[in-house]
Structure formats: structure tokens, C-alpha cells
Ligand binder design. Structure first.
Ligand code: ATP
Ligand code: MG
Length: 441
């Protein structure tokens, strides 16, 4: 085996990925240096002769795009390899196009990593001395966002109109319709694409912490605040702050958000100092904020501040003409991933897919295709699709029985299968025995 002994710097905010990369690269006889943030990476770059940089794109505080840009300017001889979940959504495509940069999509195998690494080293050898196309390509994202239907056309129209300014945008739509993708499209296709895009899921952060996470805090502001910290607002400065699930922000946080939007400045928790910020806010919600307003759970004045521009992402059932295109995208994506080739879909299967109403929208469609690709042998047919999709089309509406009747019949079937053993039956049905007894009555 050839001894490489080249120095590879790996940057990722996920320790597990760092460790996995290190293990793989070590077994391939490379030296590795790990950094969990861009800041740490910069220190290593300064002190060490690095031969290859491998970096993630989405990282808190400073993202991988900025690291790539910095490295290109200060260490132009170092080849770069990007590891990303979504190459074009991440904005990685901009960079990949502007420099000779390879990328690897997550999840990857050791073999894929090995090939990508040796390709990057090769590119170092035959790289042209100068490429200074630093300008982001126009709308790289639209290649990734599928939608030719009229309903979706309205969405792309608005994206075009807002991408180059700082107007606040509220994106509404059911779960899985692509709200986050729209937010990223606005950011990465516009003129602020090179500034950070920071996404915060307001519903995922405990209520008491959200304010500190958003605005930052000063040392001693509360128990556990051991140092001054910036929040998501500061991290997104000059770029876009994406407030996902804005409807779950508490009224206290809403009040602070309103102020931030009105005054264009913020104060850290525990501080009096006003920080001026220049960024764009995009918020998203999958529940009806007007209802929350009438329930007094959402501030009306904040709602009007957020809806300078409003985008309604239509549910998939209202844009069924996009289904074949989406299916095509997902079969390519997963075909290459799981089967090493493009998987075809029969017209009958497409018809089943187009008749279904997709309550989980594009996310559900993507999952169904992913599973079907794995199950199929090269061609997706009706038999490879989940029963729940077909059920919907094979029975006319009036052939359904009331739920209670179905339940009764089902319980009886389970009981006869268990020889009337109620304990066992309750276990199978995952209800307690008392509930079963009541139902039997
Ligand atoms: N127009 C599109 N073309 C291709 N893929 C899409 C499109 N819209 C959404 N997707 C894919 O569907 C999935 C769901 O999209 P996304 O996460 O943006 O939805 P969401 O509306 O934010 O959902 P939730 O409300 O559950 O957070 C993602 O994998 C995304 O890449
Ligand atoms: Mg989302």
C-alpha cells in the first residue's frame, strides 16, 4: 500500500462526522487534523502545512462557504473538498462552480470518500493557475427546486422579486411543502448569497432559551451564562435569518422580535447595549397565524411586520402536474445512491402517485420514492408502492365502513387469533385490558 502521509484538515461541527472521517482517512494512511469550527480551522491552517481541506458547509457562527472563500484567497494551493447534505441548497454549488472544488454528499461510504480525496489531490496537479470568477452564478437553486405548475409559478415569481432586497418574508404552507427550500432559494439566488444563511427552528428550542439563543447573552445574565455569547441574529448579520415555526415563539420572544424588526437593532439578554444589525428575516409557519392571533397567542402587530411579503407554498395536491418531475428527480437521486443507476417508473405507478392526495406533501412523496427505489428491481411498478396509496384509489368513497364497525371487527379477529386471551389481545392492540373490556361491552 502506498504511504500517503499528506495532511488533511477536516472541519465539521458534528463530532461524529469528524470522527468517522478521521477513522476512514487514517486507515487510508493520511494524517488528519480536526476542527469543530471555522475559527479552530483557521488556527490550524496558520500553523500547519495542510495539503487538503475537507469541510462541511452548514455550521453555526461562521459557515463553510466563508472558510472556502478565505482559503481560496490565502492558501490558493490547497485543494478543497466539500461535504454536504444538499449540494445546491447549501450554496455549495456556487463555490464548486467558482473554484475547482469537489463535493461529496452525505451519507457517503469509505470508498466514495477515498475516491473524492484522490480526485481532489489530482485536481491540485492539473489545476489552472488562475480562475477569478468570484461572481455567484445566477440562480443555481432553481435547478434544484422543481415546479412548473401554475400554482408553484406564483412562488418562483415572488422569489425573483424579493431575492435582491431585504424585505421581510413570511412563508406559509403545510408541512413538507418546501418552505425551507423556498427560504434558501431566496437567500442563495440573491445578491446576499455569500453572506450567512442561519436557520432557527423556534419550535425546537425550549421556550426559556429561545430569547438567549436568538439575541445572545452577556456573562452572568442567568445561571449558566459563563461568557458573553452571540445569538443567531448576530450570526446571520449581513445575510438571512430564517425563523422556522415562528408560531411557536412565546409572546415574550415575539415582543423582542417585533422590536428587532422595527428598530433594526437588538440587545443581548442581560445587556443594555444596542447592537445595530443589517439582515433579512424570513419566517415560516405551517399553522394559521391569523387563528393564533384570535386566540391571543400571536401578536397581530408582529404578524403585519412579518408579512411585508407573503408566500403561500401550495400543497402538493394542488400542483399534481409537478408530480412526474418530482418523481424523476427523486428516482435519479435515490437510484444513483442505492442502485448505482437511474430507476424507471411505470406509467401505471405514476398514475397511482398522481391520484393520491399527499397529506405529507413533497416530503412524503420523497420518502415513498426512496423506499420504492430500495424495494424495486430496477423499475418501480404499482406493486412497489405502499398499500396506503393504492387503497385510496381502488375503493369508491361509499364502500367504507364506519371506524367503530371496523374496530369491532378487528378486535374480534384479534381475539379469535389469541383464542380469546384478553391479556394477549390487549397487548397486540396496545391498549390496556380495561379499555379492551369497555370496547367489548
Ligand atoms: N420544489 C421542490 N423540488 C424538489 N424538492 C423539494 C421541493 N420542495 C420541497 N422539496 C423537498 O421536500 C422536502 C421537504 O421540504 P422542506 O423541508 O423545505 O419543507 P417544509 O415546508 O419546511 O416542511 P416542514 O413544515 O415539515 O418543516 C425536502 O427534502 C426538500 O428538499
Ligand atoms: Mg421546515
Amino acid at each position: 500500500m502506498a504511504l500517503h502521509k499528506e495532511n488533511i484538515l477536516i472541519v465539521d461541527d458534528d463530532v461524529h462526522i469528524l470522527e468517522l472521517l478521521q477513522r476512514h482517512l487514517r486507515s487510508l494512511e493520511y494524517h488528519t487534523y480536526k476542527a469543530i469550527s471555522v475559527k479552530q480551522a483557521l488556527y490550524i491552517l496558520k500553523d500547519t502545512a495542510i495539503d487538503l481541506l475537507i469541510t462541511d458547509i452548514q455550521m453555526p457562527e461562521v459557515d463553510g462557504l466563508q472558510l472556502l472563500k478565505y482559503t481560496a484567497e490565502h492558501y490558493p494551493h490547497i485543494p478543497k473538498l466539500v461535504i454536504t447534505g444538499y449540494p445546491s441548497i447549501d450554496g455549495a454549488l456556487n463555490v464548486i462552480k467558482s473554484g475547482a472544488i469537489d463535493y461529496l454528499t452525505k451519507p457517503f461510504t469509505k470508498e466514495e470518500l477515498k475516491q473524492a480525496v484522490s480526485k481532489s489531490f489530482e485536481s491540485r496537479q492539473n489545476r489552472k493557475p488562475e480562475s477569478n470568477s468570484n461572481v455567484a452564478p445566477k440562480n443555481p437553486l432553481y435547478a434544484d427546486m422543481i415546479g412548473q405548475s401554475k400554482a408553484f409559478g406564483k412562488v418562483t415569481d415572488i422569489i425573483e422579486r424579493v431575492k435582491d432586497n431585504r424585505a421581510t418574508v413570511l412563508i406559509e404552507g403545510e408541512s413538507g411543502t418546501g418552505k425551507e427550500l423556498v427560504a434558501r432559494a431566496i437567500h442563495y439566488s440573491g445578491k446576499y448569497a455569500r453572506a450567512p444563511f442561519v436557520a432557527v427552528n423556534c419550535g425546537a428550542i425550549p421556550e426559556g432559551l429561545l430569547e438567549a439563543e436568538l439575541f445572545g447573552y452577556t456573562k452572568g445574565a442567568f445561571t449558566g451564562a459563563h461568557e458573553n455569547r452571540n445569538g443567531f441574529f448576530q450570526a446571520a448579520n449581513h445575510g438571512t435569518l430564517f425563523l422556522d415555526e415562528i408560531g411557536s415563539a412565546s409572546l415574550a420572544v415575539q415582543t423582542k422580535l417585533l422590536r428587532a424588526l422595527q428598530e433594526k437593532n437588538i440587545t443581548k439578554v442581560g445587556s443594555q447595549k444596542v447592537e445595530k444589525l443589517d439582515l433579512r428575516i424570513i419566517a415560516a409557519t405551517n399553522n394559521n397565524l391569523l387563528e393564533s392571533i384570535s386566540d391571543k397567542k400571536f401578536r397581530e402587530d408582529l404578524y403585519y411586520r412579518l408579512t411585508v411579503v407573503q408566500i403561500n407554498v401550495p400543497p402538493l395536491r394542488e400542483r399534481k402536474s409537478d408530480i412526474p418531475l418530482l418523481v424523476d428527480r427523486f428516482t435519479k437521486k435515490y437510484g444513483v445512491e442505492y442502485k448505482d443507476r437511474i430507476v424507471k417508473v411505470t406509467p401505471e405507478a405514476i398514475e397511482v402517485l398522481q391520484r393520491y392526495d399527499w397529506p405529507g406533501n413533497i416530503r412524503e412523496l420523497e420518502n415513498v420514492i426512496q423506499r420504492a427505489v430500495i424495494m424495486s428491481d430496477g423499475k418501480i411498478d404499482v406493486k412497489d408502492l405502499p398499500e396506503s396509496l393504492k387503497f385510496k384509489i381502488e375503493f369508491p368513497e361509499n364502500s367504507f365502513a364506519p371506524l367503530k364497525e371496523m374496530e369491532k371487527e378487528y378486535i374480534q379477529r384479534v381475539l379469535s387469533a389469541t383464542n380469546n386471551n384478553k391479556t394477549k389481545a390487549a397487548e397486540i392492540l396496545q391498549i390496556d385490558r380495561k379499555t379492551l373490556r369497555e370496547k367489548l361491552k
